[in-house]
Design a protein around this ligand. Sequence first.
Ligand code: BDR
Ligand code: CA
Length: 317
Amino acid sequence: MSDQSQEPMKIIIDTDPGQDDAVAILLALASEHLDVLGITAVAGNVPLDLTQKNARVICELAGKPETRVFAGARSPMERPLVTAENVHGSTGLNGPDFADPIMALQPQHAVDFIVETLLSQPAGDVTLCTLGPLTNIALALQQAPEIADRIEQIVMMGGGFFEGGNITPAAEFNIYVDPEAAQSVFGSGVPIVMMPLDVTHKVMTTKKRIARIEALGSSVSRFVVEMLEFFERFDEEKYGTDGGPLHDPTVIAWLLKPELFSGRYCNVEIETGSSLTDGMTVVDWWQVTDRAHNALVIRDVNADGFFDLLNEHLARY
Ligand code: BDR
Ligand code: CA
């Protein structure tokens, strides 16, 4: 969608906050072009009790406590949960100080909310933005397979191909945590836009970019800077980079300004049966098979344009 579009796009954000998830949520809630029908939490970076709480912390920070937050799957479909406190800290949002949220968690299960929303909204109206493991989405598709035809598209952060993996040499975290869920989503026939590490590793939170966010001088910008300073230390210490990759906000940026990105329609299959490469997204980038295209795989981004877009939106807080 472009910024000129009239009707706000209806989205559900499925997420495991996570500092980069938090920035993605702030970006979405700042846009008048997006109607966030609900935020569904999933276990991933940290366990579910923390991801659902963190999602509410961010809605309150954004001044939108009326946003509905639902808790979903506690663990992947067939495997034990793998978390990433080494990257995100013990709370998932390490960096800033924050209090427990006051806004309530919705009583409905996230999977039921996703199904009910897709069945009650006009077909083709709702986009799913996935920022974590795909467990909730796969469970919703399993519970009500008829929703597949009603989802406008799934825009996901997940996978990696030319860049390899970030949790194993072959696999990216979101896909690795629940490869069976990812396999079911990629096999569902729903149009997918995939933001793999190949593109998210190009949006680095450099010192200059962080300083621009800091210069906004708001409580939100301070919170974002404190989160990102914690989050990027992992990559800075391990890889010596200037900043870390701001993965999840690329999903929201794609909805707001797709012209910042480029990619290619490909077939993507998920490895689920190899101890060495489980969770690998096998992208047929060079069309060497006749397997049908099932995803638009993004590979490039105008990184400065992406940070301009983010700053413009954070400046609204
Ligand atoms: C993905 O995994 C999580 O650590 C981040 O929030 C992002 O969604 C990157 O591999
Ligand atoms: Ca995430």
